[in-house]
Design a protein around this ligand. Structure first.
Ligand code: FAD
Ligand code: NAI
Length: 469
């Protein structure tokens, strides 16, 4: 008789693979179905990991060209070896997806290659690229099929000159002119990569600001920093169409968002980065009756249960920020729930990081949200220009902003623009997890000289005052 699994997970991204490992640690018999040749999903194969490899390499390239001299390191003008930079990216991806392979073996997780379809509750059909289909018997199913890039109507992606993030991570030469459509996280991260490597980058954004959802003061200041790096912005604008010329060059037709005068931008490459949409194709959800919401996301309750008993969903395919660590934590939570424990994610303390230079990191409420919700707050701020370590590192751009309840001093949100902001944010995540007050942070000794002292100084400024300003 065929094995009966306690849990079958469809999709091996950060949501799926982490759920599999945690469930196995809790003694469940686990299967994972993945249609791609490697595990790790969007994040490890075509998302977080390759983008960070290129962000790091391109930042080093730029620093070698611009900062080394000031640090007393004389080198010839650095020369870009793009194929080697891409090799670095490919090796990084391979090491990470191989790591998931290893963890699956270590945790005795059974994997199936092919497209997973929910044939019925308790039954998953796997259709491999070649060979016969396989039917898996399982007590529970977790949908962790992630998301794909959203398209612009009338614009055909070829992943060569009109690309999504996937193509933008694999260009074989630096475009002279890159038009980025969408000033969100992907647009600014990948726009930064190619700008550092020599492309002239113009970002076209529908709204009148960049990074919607982030604190607007942070977004405004960060836009100025990117402009100083040579990135141009066309805000409150939309792309009406892209015309391909015979020589392969692109003419990008841009119009005011609300209609009106337009212009045509020349480009070698256009990156469409206007958001991502949940991916549920081929899962057979309509047949088994798993309900979707108005945006095509799988509807779940507080325990990640869909409208069908025994079928759960996590990660980008359900509501909430499309972030790898959110998917991972939901993976842990659903595994714990199925393992008889009290799985839980604190959505109020999920950090978000934009890995540009400087980085942007945030957790909790933005000032805009506090205003809209009528919550009385106070602001503690500290600039990196007043931080000793930042001066030594030539990294004085940016600031720390902490928002705390005016009556209780409880930290409600924090926003950092600066070098290594993505690492520094975590002390605020932990503080918020413990419902901490700004004074708790202000009274915690921070090692000197560190960039993190700026975080403490921002907290101090909410009380009797920062020391170094
Ligand atoms: P996914 O990672 O999308 O995985 C879904 C998996 O399911 C895929 O492997 C897919 O092949 C498989 N699948 C789908 N349908 C089926 C089926 N029917 N049968 C079998 N298999 C199936 N987030 C961050 O937090 N930090 C970052 O730095 C970051 N950078 C990013 C950069 C880019 C360029 C992109 C595109 C995204 C980035 N993200 C980042 C977002 C992050 O990748 C996602 O939030 C995360 O991957 C979601 O995880 P998931 O497990 O829900 O789905
Ligand atoms: P996004 O939602 O971050 O940004 C999309 C941007 O495009 C928005 O500013 C939006 O206003 C704009 N836009 C939408 N339609 C437009 C149009 N027709 N014309 C011009 N602009 C338009 O989406 P993005 O950047 O594609 O990223 C997708 C997801 O991937 C995000 O939700 C993000 O969470 C995740 N991601 C996370 C990263 C990180 O954590 N560092 C890195 C990359 C992606």
């Amino acid at each position: 008789m065929a094995d009966v699994f306690d849990l079958t997970i469809i999709g091996s991204g950060p949501g799926g693979y982490v759920a599999a490992i945690r469930a196995s640690q809790l003694g469940l018999k686990v299967a994972v179905v993945e249609k791609w040749p490697t595990f790790g999903g969007t994040c490890l194969n075509i998302g977080c990991i390759p983008s960070k490899a290129l962000l790091h390499a391109s930042e080093m390239f730029e620093e070698a060209g611009h900062q080394f001299k000031q640090l007393g390191i004389d080198i010839p003008t650095p020369v870009l070896n793009l194929p080697q930079m891409m090799n670095h990216k490919t090796d990084t991806v391979a090491a990470n997806v191989g790591g998931v392979d290893y963890l699956f073996k270590k945790n005795k997780i059974t994997s199936f290659r092919g497209i997973g379809t929910i044939a019925a509750p308790g039954k998953v059909r796997v259709t491999p690229q070649s060979g016969p289909t396989v039917e898996i018997e399982t007590k529970n199913i977790v949908i962790a099929t992630g998301s794909v890039s959203a398209n612009l109507p009338g614009i055909e992606i070829d992943e060569k000159t009109i690309v999504t993030s996937t193509g933008a991570l694999s260009l074989d030469k630096v475009p002279n002119k890159l038009v980025v459509i969408g000033a969100g996280v992907i647009g600014l991260e990948l726009g930064s990569v190619w700008a550092r490597l020599g492309a002239q980058v113009t970002v076209v954004e529908y709204l009148d600001r960049i990074l919607p959802g982030m604190d607007s003061e942070v977004a405004r200041q960060f836009q100025r920093m990117l402009q100083k790096q040579g990135i141009e912005f066309k805000l409150a604008s939309k792309v009406a169409g892209i015309d391909k010329q015979e020589n392969g060059a692109l003419k990008v037709r841009v119009e005011a968002a609300q209609g009106g005068a337009g212009e045509v931008l020349d480009a070698d490459v256009a990156l469409v980065a206007i958001g991502r949409k949940p991916f549920t194709e081929g899962l057979g959800l309509d047949i088994v009756g798993v309900a979707l919401d108005e945006r095509g996301r799988v509807r779940v309750d507080g325990q990640y249960k869909t409208s069908v008993d025994g079928v759960y969903a996590i990660g980008d395919v359900i509501a909430g920020p499309m972030l790898a660590h959110k998917a991972e934590d939901e993976g842990i939570a659903v595994a714990e729930i199925l393992g008889g424990q009290a799985g839980h994610v604190n959505y109020a303390a999920i950090p978000a990081v934009v890995y540009t230079n400087p980085e942007i990191a945030s957790v909790g409420k933005t000032e805009d949200e506090l205003k809209a919700e009528g919550i009385e707050y106070k602001i503690g701020k500290f600039p990196f220009t007043a931080n000793g370590r930042a001066k030594a590192m030539l990294a004085t751009q940016g600031f720390v902003k902490i928002l705390a309840d005016v009556n209780t001093d409880r930290v409600l949100g924090a926003h950092i623009v600066g070098k290594n902001a993505g690492e520094m944010i975590h002390e605020l995540v932990v503080l918020m997890e413990f419902s901490g007050a700004a004074e708790d942070l202000a009274r915690s000794t921070h090692a000197h000289p560190t960039l993190s002292e700026a975080v403490r100084e921002a907290a101090l400024s909410l009380g009797d005052g920062a020391i170094h300003i």
